[in-house]
Design a protein around this ligand. Structure first.
Ligand SMILES: [Zn+2]
Length: 228
């Protein structure tokens, strides 16, 4: 057994939590579990896309250990004087269904998972902004296909844009966004307003081979928003 494994869980939790706090000014239980190596970022991402049942199912630890670590996070955060803020967690899908953390769906346990502990060193205004940003629903991403002839894993059709799902690429009609219209990037004010008014929206990205990364092309918004 390595020295690290002999270390009390409370110490390991505190170390992981400190690192997360330094990086993003708030700490959630899920962040700490990633830091402890109990949760893969890719599995967390899958869960956020609504494809993994409950979060507890993808955490590599027993329920009693998970509970113990959650208690340590809370104790650590209270000792540091961090401010609790309950975040909303909805899936990164057009349906935006609420995400479930615990297998038993116990309200108290769900609340512990949803709590973000925000740095007390920030001003009240900044704390509010950090809490809001962390609580914001993850952006839906539509991708410009890099090659022709791709087919939707649901209907077998194709299109100018696709959305990645667990089963493969899906067309916008199948994910329920087929009626949205494209608003090219360029006018920041217009984009911001359209996004705020459009209940359903997605960011359009295209992979740039020369730069080796995805680049933002614009937004998909509801047609009546653009008409206004
Ligand atoms: Zn389809």
């Amino acid at each position: 057994m390595s020295r690290r494994n002999n270390e009390p869980l409370s110490d390991r939790v505190a170390r992981a939590a400190e690192a997360v706090l330094a990086e993003q000014h708030y700490v959630s239980v899920a962040d700490v579990f990633c830091g402890l190596g109990w949760l893969d970022a890719s599995l967390l991402q899958q869960w956020r896309r609504g494809q993994a049942g409950t979060l507890e199912e993808v955490i590599r630890s027993s329920l009693p250990r998970i509970s113990e670590a959650m208690t340590h996070v809370r104790t650590w955060a209270l000792a540091k004087g961090l401010t609790p803020s309950e975040a909303a967690y909805v899936a990164q899908t057009p349906r935006r269904q609420p995400l479930q953390f615990s297998r038993g769906n116990d309200p108290a346990r769900e609340a512990l998972f949803r709590t973000h502990w925000v740095s007390s060193e920030l001003s009240a205004k900044k704390r509010k902004r950090v809490a809001e940003k962390a609580s914001r629903a993850p952006e839906l991403v539509a991708i410009v296909p890099t090659r022709d002839g791709w087919s939707c894993h649901r209907c077998g059709g194709t299109g100018d844009l696709l959305m990645m799902e667990d089963g493969g690429p899906a067309c916008l009609s199948c994910v329920g966004l087929g009626d949205l219209v494209f608003l090219p990037a360029g006018n920041a004010l217009l984009s911001r307003r359209a996004k705020a008014k459009s209940k359903r929206h997605a960011v359009v990205m295209r992979f740039s081979r020369t730069r080796g990364r995805y680049e933002r092309q614009g937004l998909l918004v509801e047609p009546q928003v653009l008409a206004e």
